[in-house]
Design a protein around this ligand. Structure first.
Ligand SMILES: *Cc1c(COP(=O)(O)O)cnc(C)c1O
Length: 452
């Protein structure tokens, strides 16, 4: 008989339904369905891992945001930030709810057009607009938000050559009291760059200065930064009015409101630490209403909020591949999804729930993905019920940025399914296959044929 190999004994702390200082561990309640559709049938029908998006949640988020701002300020327009999640079905839900499109590349611009957004409801941001992009946007009467001087000169040239009168804004960066200061996009306010760009625009016979834009950061935790931004843009608009007699039609305050995910290193869950949307709306609208605009010159307030409107509408379902003991005795649970498709696990401690009734016993564990890479960690330390091979889990609040920044690596990107408001399921992006991944490859003639 073969001798059994020695295994180092380890003392493990087990918790059985204990209270912690925040009360019972509701974090560990199983989540067995999404909008009424069982997790087990979603995985049976569409595979694992699987992204699931709730149409109901998206609609409720955007309707709620519109209500919060419109009850405080008369002229509000949301524009959906394509790069946050540009699956067509997702964008079209936002457009049905009245959102314009906010795009940052020629590719996103074309996606918005293909989603039937009229050109004059597309806001074109970003530092990388080609001459062709600018010409197309100018012809379509889109709102072109100029990022830098070379772009401004290029647009002046294009408008002159083609006899177009593009509607433009400049992106302004400024000190709003937050760190890090995003001063690499747009024109700086304090050092005079913004004003000199405005002067050039006003001295050009073609460009129509329609608005002023800023996007001060992302996951910005201080509402007061937004009142500072609204105030500074209003002052700039007033200076333009005084000098040129031209009223600015809109102020675009960008996005950047946090979702209620928990950032790594923060102890309390996001719902306890993140200010509410009402607080951001209060900050922005009271700055605008208190500024002293004439009633008929109140600017339209545009908001490009991304993650705060989609994060909690997205779920990632997955399956346990196996469990191991690490050399220090900790339990390691290996899941079938990794950081390649859950990019945001680098920033957030995502809430992860078991998807079936499980043993009461919880344990501290590490959750790994399946990639052959040491960095593939989904949660470094989580206390949750012990999971067995084949068990399912639900990762919460993954709707923002994952489905645009995911990587194809080692394996395929999975299906994305929309659960609609009537509990019906629709594949809105098919999982990749070996064909989709190798479609753009080609093999030189001398490498074809048998390998020896
Ligand atoms: C990314 C981006 C947004 C959306 O940002 P969130 O932080 O997701 O709200 C809005 N506007 C611009 C210009 C952006 O680049």
């Amino acid at each position: 008989m073969e001798k059994l190999s020695y295994e180092r004994p380890a003392i493990r702390k087990m918790n059985a339904g204990l209270m912690n200082k925040f009360g019972a561990r509701i974090e560990n309640e199983p989540v067995t369905q999404i909008d009424g559709v069982p997790v087990s049938s979603l995985i049976r029908d569409f595979g694992s891992p699987l992204f699931v998006i709730s149409e109901k949640q998206i609609r409720s988020n955007i309707q709620n945001a519109i209500r919060i701002f419109r009850t405080r300020y008369p002229l509000v327009q949301f524009a959906w930030s394509y790069k946050t999640n540009y699956l067509d079905a997702v964008c079209r839900i936002f457009h049905q709810e009245g959102s314009w499109a906010e795009v940052v590349s020629g590719f996103e611009y074309d996606k918005a057009l293909a989603n039937n957004v009229p050109g004059n409801r597309i806001i074109f941001n970003g530092p990388d607009k080609s001459g062709e992009d600018l010409l197309k946007a100018a012809k379509n009467n889109s709102l072109i938000h100029i990022d830098h001087l070379d772009e401004l000169l290029m647009l002046i040239d294009i408008a002159g050559v083609h006899g177009l009168k593009p509607r433009v804004a400049i992106r302004v960066n400024m000190d709003t009291g937050i760190f890090p200061k995003w001063d690499r996009f747009g024109f700086n306010l304090e050092n005079g760059q913004a004003w000199s760009a405005i002067t050039r625009i006003m001295n050009d016979k073609n460009l129509q200065l329609s608005g002023l834009h800023c996007h001060i950061g992302t996951f910005v935790l201080s509402p007061s930064a937004y009142s500072a931004a609204a105030l500074k843009l209003s002052e700039l608009a007033r200076d333009i009015k005084n000098k040129y007699g031209k009223a600015i039609e809109y102020l675009d305050l960008g996005g950047g409101f946090p979702s209620n995910n928990r950032l790594k290193g923060v102890y309390m869950p996001g719902s306890d630490t993140v200010p509410s949307l009402d607080q951001y709306a209060d900050a922005i609208t009271s700055a605008l209403l208190g500024f002293g605009y004439r009633q008929d010159e109140l600017p339209l307030l545009i908001l490009e909020t991304g993650r705060a409107l989609i994060d909690d509408a997205g779920y990632l379902l997955g399956t346990v591949l196996t469990n191991k003991r690490l050399s220090d005795g900790r339990r390691a649970t290996i899941l079938d999804f990794g950081v390649n498709i859950l990019f945001t696990s680098l920033w957030y401690d995502h809430k992860i729930s078991p998807a079936q009734d499980s043993v009461q016993m919880t344990e501290d564990m590490v959750l790994y993905g399946p990639l052959c890479m040491n960095i593939d960690v989904i949660r470094e330390g989580i206390n949750m019920p012990v999971l067995e091979k084949g068990n399912h889990v639900v990762v919460h609040k993954v709707g923002a940025y994952n489905m645009t920044q995911w990587m194809q690596f080692i394996t395929f990107r999975p299906n994305v399914v929309l659960v609609d408001s009537n509990m019906r399921t629709h594949i809105i992006r098919k999982s990749e296959t070996i064909e989709t991944v190798t479609m753009n490859e080609s093999v030189p003639e001398q490498l074809k044929g048998k390998s020896s």
